[in-house]
Design a protein around this ligand. Structure first.
Ligand SMILES: [Mg+2]
Length: 299
């Protein structure tokens, strides 16, 4: 970037950025209140005291954001379920190679793994342990001895889901488009260190204004996010692949949402509740749907 306009913008950036965290453009804290989370974009705005409170002033031609888009991570931004499906296929194949005749091992595994969420949450180890438990139950059912070598192979299959997942191919372009108009928020669940590693390897972290790693993605947790963003629900979109974890909690709280119904496992199955929900088939379509509803343009 060259030309006379660059230096003033640089000075503004250096002055404003350390003082004002990025935040909502919709709140208007009165004097005496912490003006945190007030200006929509620190590089483009600054806070000015007025008689009644604080005023958010633009300092460049960059426009303020219209609201927030809360994005799910697994199977919305990157392909997680593919790794689990491959692991289940490998598990069934391994059992067949060791003389098991049951053809519903994966169904058993799904049932066991889903039930164990209640006691073990979305921890890294739960799936691997569920594989071993399923194997041991099948040994009992089919009268076959437990084999430590088979268990070791099963544990390796369980570890395979911790690989770095592939990004959906339309995510980078979609994030760039969305970020022109909205502050982007990540709301994910699962093991914090694993999700952090996935986020770092994805290269997407710089796009996010805030990142939440939630325990279960419940209505209560979304309510806390809304409170934290200090923004009316109608200014917030949710994009995700799960009816249970992304869409229904959003609908109950009056948020608009976009469902990309892919890559779900048994735990996430739930009836879609009444709400402002758009269903699409890709991240690109989700972005276009949001822009269209809010009367915005893409490229
Ligand atoms: Mg998901």
């Amino acid at each position: 970037m060259k030309g006379p306009g660059f230096r003033p913008l640089l000075r503004t950036t250096l002055l404003v950025f350390p003082l004002i965290p990025i935040g909502s453009i919709f709140t208007n804290p009165s004097k005496g209140q912490n003006p945190k989370a007030f200006c929509g974009r620190p590089i483009a705005t600054k806070l000015v005291p007025t008689d009644t409170g604080w005023k958010c002033m633009m300092t460049s031609r960059t426009h303020l954001k219209l609201g927030y888009v809360i994005l799910d991570a697994d199977d919305t931004l990157w392909r997680t379920q593919d790794m689990y499906d491959e692991a289940k296929t490998a598990f069934a194949k391994l059992l067949g190679q060791h003389g098991f005749v049951s053809n519903n091992a994966v169904d058993m595994l799904d049932e066991i793994d889903t039930k164990r969420v209640a006691t073990h949450g979305f921890s890294v180890s739960r799936f691997k342990e569920s594989l071993v438990i399923t194997y041991e139950m099948l040994c009992g059912r089919e009268g076959l001895p437990k084999d430590s070598k088979v268990i070791s192979s099963i544990e390796s299959i369980g570890d395979s889901v911790m690989k770095t997942p592939a990004l959906y191919e339309d995510v980078n372009d979609g994030m760039r488009l969305l970020s022109r108009h909205y502050s982007l928020v990540l709301a994910t669940k699962g093991d914090t260190s694993l999700q952090n590693a996935r986020l770092d390897s994805s290269g997407l972290r710089p796009w996010f204004f805030r990142i939440y790693n939630l325990q279960s993605k419940t209505e209560r947790e979304y309510r806390e996010i809304i409170r934290d963003l200090a923004t009316p629900p109608e200014k917030i979109w949710v994009v995700g692949n799960s009816v249970r974890s992304d869409i229904n909690p959003a609908s109950r709280l009056g948020l608009r949402s976009v469902l990309i119904p892919r890559g779900v496992w048994r735990y996430e199955n739930e009836r879609l509740e009444r709400g402002q929900v758009i269903t699409v088939h890709s991240f690109k379509e989700a972005v276009n749907a949001i822009l269209a509803v809010d009367h915005l343009h893409g490229d």
